[in-house]
Design a protein around this ligand. Structure first.
Ligand code: COA
Length: 649
C-alpha cells in the first residue's frame, strides 16, 4: 500500500471492474465497488470469490486471508456514497463517452478534494473526460489489461492537464498492486499497446485479403518464426472481432491513420465474433483451433510485424514513451517474447524499412510510410544489433589487433580477420591478433564468439609468402605457433562459431574447424590445397578433418587438394548449416544468441566433454568430488586436526 491512499472506489463490477477491485483488495486497500444494479454487484462479488477460492485451492492463500480480502470490499449502488471517502477512484464502466462524462461529473462533485480520478478507458480521450471535472490535474488514465488479476501491465495515461504528482501516485499505486506501470506521456488514441496491436493484426488481415495468403500460414509463421504466443487471426478471434472492430473504429475516428481490412466489419455482421461465438476467422466451436507454430513457414513474419515496429517508432518519436517502455508495454500487454523495437534491432532497421517501402510501392497506403525516426537511424548507421546501436544501445566495443578486428556487442564477440585484399591469408600478425582478440573475449559480457573474415574470403589459408625459403626448423616453429592459436580457440571456455563467408582453405579451413560450429554462406568454398604446393597441412587439418568428415573423405580432400562447395561441405558434415549469403550474418547471430542464452557453465562442461580434453576431464572430476560429504569431512578433519570418518557419501 502507498501512504496517501487507503480507500479506493471502483466504478463498475464487470469484467474489468471486479478484477481491479479484487487486485486492490488483495493489495490491502479498502475497496468500494459500485454498479447500477444489485445483481451486477453480486455477480462481481461472486467472480471475485471464485477467483480467490482458486488461490486457496492452489495453496497460495489461506481461508483467513481470503476472508480478510473479501471483508475489505464493500458494494453500493450509490455513486456518491462510493466515492465520498475515496482517496482514489477507478472508473471501469462501458466505453461510452457521455456515460463516463456524466459519471465523472457526479464523482467530481461528491469526492473529496484530494481524490484522484482515474479512468480505465482504452479508447476515449483522457483530456476530454478530465475536462468535465474541476480537477484535470488530478485526473489520469489507468488502463488495466484483461484479466486484471493476471496481466501485469497498467498503462498510466497522462491527459493534457494531469499533474506530475498524479502520475507519480498512480504509478506507485499500480506498483503497490503488483503491477508494472508504463507511463503514456501523451493521450494518443490507443495509447501504446492497442496502437501496436491494431497495426499488426490489421496488416495480417490485409495481406490475407489482398494477396490471398492463407491465414493459417501467416499465424504459423508468426508463432514459429517470430515466437509470438498466438497468431494474428487467432488473437483477433480471441479478443473478439466486435471488440476489434470497435477499437479500430474509435481509433480511426480520433485520427489514427489506418485502412481497416474488410473482415473487421464483415465477420461481426455475420454473427462471427470469434471465440465467444464459436466462429470467427477460425472455427472455435469445438475448442481452440489447432494452429501449429512452424519455424520453417514460407512466410516472413516481418511482412506483418514491420507495421508494429513502425508504430512503435512513431510512439518513441512523438514522445509518448521511450523505446524501453514501448517494448515493455508490448511484452507485458501482448505477451510478445521481445518488444517490437528490440525485434527491429535484431532483424536490422534496413530490412524493416525495405519491407515497408515495398508495401508502399505496391499498395500506396498512407500508413506505409517508414517512420522518420527509422529513416534518421538509417542515416546515422544505427541499424540495430549488428551496428551496436539501433533503438537500443548494445554496448559496442571495438578494437583493432593489427589485421584482426574485435567487435564486442554483448553477449557476442566477433573476431574478424581483416586482410580482404589478400583473402585474409594468415600471417603471424593475424595469428597474434586472433590470440589477443580471444583474450579480450574472455570478459564477462561475452557468451559466444563468432570468427569470420572481411570481404569475399573467410581465409584462403596460411600466407604463402611466409613459406618462401622457410627452413625446416622455422616451419616447425611456425606450425607450432599456429597450432597453439587454434588450440586456444578449440579449448576456449565459451562456444565459438565460424561464420564462413567465402573461401576457407588450408589454414583458413583449419581455423574454421577449430571452432565449435560452422555456418557457411552458400558461396563458401572449402579445401586443403596444401598438397598442390608440395607441402602438408600444418594446423590440425590431418586430424581435425577426419574427425568431422571421416577418414575416407578426409583423405580425398587432402590427397587431391580439391575445393568443394557449401552444399557438399554440409553433406559430408564439415559444416553445420548452409544459409543464403544475404542471411548469413542474421542466421549466425540468431544461432549465437540462442546459445548465449544457455547456461555458460553447462556449455563449458559440454565443450570439455566433447573435445575430450584430458586436463579438463580431471578438472571436472575434481569439481564433482567437492560435492561429496566425504570431501567436506576430509577437509574439516584436517583443519580440525582430527582423524576423518569417511562414509562413502
Ligand atoms: N597466401 C598469400 N596470399 C594469398 C593467399 C595465400 N594463401 N591466397 C590469396 N592470396 C592473395 C593473392 O596472392 C592475391 O594477391 P595479389 O592481389 O597481391 O596478387 C589476392 O590474395 C587475391 O587472390 P587471387 O588469387 O587473385 O583471387 P582469385 O579469386 O583469383 O583466387 C583462390 C582465389 C583462393 C583460389 C586463390 O587465391 C588461391 O588459390 N589461394 C591460395 C590458397 C592456398 O593454397 N591456401 C593454402 C595455403 S597453405
Amino acid at each position: 500500500m502507498i501512504p496517501l491512499i487507503r480507500r479506493i472506489a471502483v466504478l463498475g463490477a464487470g469484467t474489468m471492474g471486479h478484477g481491479i477491485a479484487q487486485v486492490a483488495a488483495m493489495s490491502g486497500y479498502e475497496v468500494v465497488m459500485r454498479d447500477i444494479k444489485e445483481e451486477f454487484l453480486q455477480n462481481g462479488l461472486d467472480r471475485i470469490r471464485a477467483s480467490l477460492e482458486k488461490f486457496v485451492k492452489k495453496g497460495r492463500m489461506t481461508e483467513e486471508e481470503m476472508g480478510r480480502i473479501l471483508s475489505r470490499i464493500r458494494t453500493t449502488l450509490s455513486l456518491e456514497e462510493a466515492v465520498r471517502e475515496a482517496d482514489f477512484v477507478i472508473e471501469a464502466i462501458p466505453e461510452v463517452f457521455d456515460l463516463k462524462a456524466e459519471t465523472f461529473r457526479t464523482v467530481d462533485a461528491a469526492a473529496p478534494d484530494h481524490t484522484i480520478l482515474a479512468t480505465n478507458t482504452s479508447s476515449l480521450p483522457i483530456t476530454e473526460l478530465a475536462s468535465v471535472t474541476s480537477r484535470p490535474d488530478r485526473f489520469v488514465g489507468m488502463h488495466f489489461f484483461n484479466p486484471p488479476q493476471i496481466m501485469k501491465l497498467v498503462e498510466v495515461v497522462r491527459g493534457d492537464g494531469t499533474s506530475d504528482e498524479t502520475v507519480k501516485i498512480t504509478v506507485d499505486l499500480a506498483r503497490s498492486m503488483g503491477k508494472e506501470p508504463v507511463v503514456v506521456a501523451k493521450d494518443v488514441p490507443g495509447f501504446i499497446v492497442n496502437r501496436v496491436l491494431v497495426r499488426w493484426l490489421n496488416e495480417a488481415c490485409l495481406i490475407m485479403e489482398r494477396e490471398g495468403v492463407d491465414k493459417l500460414l501467416i499465424d504459423a509463421a508468426l508463432k514459429g518464426r517470430a515466437g509470438l504466443p498466438m497468431g494474428a487471426f487467432e488473437l483477433s478471434d480471441f479478443i473478439g472481432l466486435d471488440v476489434m472492430r470497435d477499437i479500430i473504429e474509435a481509433m480511426v475516428q480520433r485520427g489514427f491513420v489506418l485502412t481497416p481490412c474488410k473482415s473487421w466489419s464483415q465477420l461481426p455482421s455475420e454473427g462471427k465474433l470469434g471465440r465467444k461465438s464459436g466462429q470467427g476467422f477460425y472455427d472455435w466451436s469445438s475448442g481452440r483451433p489447432n494452429i501449429p507454430a512452424d519455424p520453417d513457414a514460407p512466410f516472413d513474419p516481418l511482412e506483418v510485424l514491420s507495421m508494429a515496429i513502425n508504430e512503435a517508432a512513431w510512439l518513441v518519436r512523438n514522445g509518448v514513451a521511450p523505446a524501453g517502455d514501448v517494448d515493455k508495454a508490448v511484452v507485458l500487454g501482448l505477451n510478445f517474447p521481445r518488444g517490437p523495437l528490440r525485434m527491429a534491432d535484431e532483424v536490422g532497421l534496413d530490412r524493416v524499412s525495405q519491407v515497408i517501402r515495398e508495401k508502399a510501392e505496391r499498395y500506396g497506403l498512407p500508413e506505409y510510410r517508414v517512420d522518420p525516426l527509422i529513416e534518421e537511424k538509417l542515416r546515422r548507421g544505427e541499424l540495430g544489433i549488428k551496428a551496436g546501436r539501433g533503438f537500443f544501445d548494445y554496448g559496442l566495443k571495438e578494437r583493432e589487433f593489427g589485421p584482426v578486428r574485435y567487435r564486442e556487442i554483448p553477449p557476442l564477440a566477433w573476431i574478424i580477420v581483416n586482410r580482404p585484399e589478400k583473402l585474409n591469408a594468415i600471417n603471424m600478425e593475424v595469428v597474434e591478433g586472433i590470440m589477443s582478440a580471444l583474450d579480450e573475449a574472455k570478459g564477462d559480457g561475452v557468451r559466444v564468439v563468432v570468427i569470420t573474415g572481411e570481404g569475399r574470403a573467410f581465409s584462403a589459408g596460411a600466407d604463402v609468402t611466409m613459406f618462401k625459403d622457410l627452413t625446416p626448423v622455422e616451419a616447425f616453429e611456425l606450425s607450432k605457433r599456429l597450432n597453439e592459436a587454434l588450440r586456444r580457440i578449440r579449448e576456449f571456455r565459451k562456444p565459438t562459431i565460424a561464420m564462413v563467408n567465402g573461401f576457407a582453405l588450408g589454414g583458413g579451413l583449419e581455423l574454421a574447424m577449430a571452432c565449435d560450429l560452422r555456418i557457411a554462406s552458400d558461396r563458401a568454398q572449402f579445401g586443403q590445397p596444401e598438397i598442390t604446393l608440395g607441402i602438408i597441412t600444418g594446423a590440425g587439418g590431418s586430424y581435425r578433418l577426419p574427425e568431422l568428415v571421416g577418414v575416407a573423405k578426409a583423405k580425398e580432400l587432402l590427397f587431391t587438394g580439391d575445393l568443394i562447395g557449401a552444399e557438399e561441405a554440409l553433406r559430408i558434415g564439415l559444416v553445420n548449416r548452409v544459409v543464403s549469403h544475404e542471411r548469413l550474418e542474421e542466421e549466425t547471430r540468431s544461432l549465437a544468441m540462442k546459445i548465449a542464452e544457455r547456461p555458460p557453465k553447462a556449455l563449458e562442461v559440454y565443450k570439455a566433454l566433447l573435445n575430450g580434453t584430458k586436463l579438463d576431464m580431471e578438472a571436472l572430476a575434481f569439481g564433482l568430488v567437492f560435492g561429496t560429504e566425504d570431501s567436506k569431512e576430509g577437509i574439516s578433519a584436517f583443519l580440525e586436526k582430527r582423524k576423518p570418518e569417511f562414509r562413502g557419501r
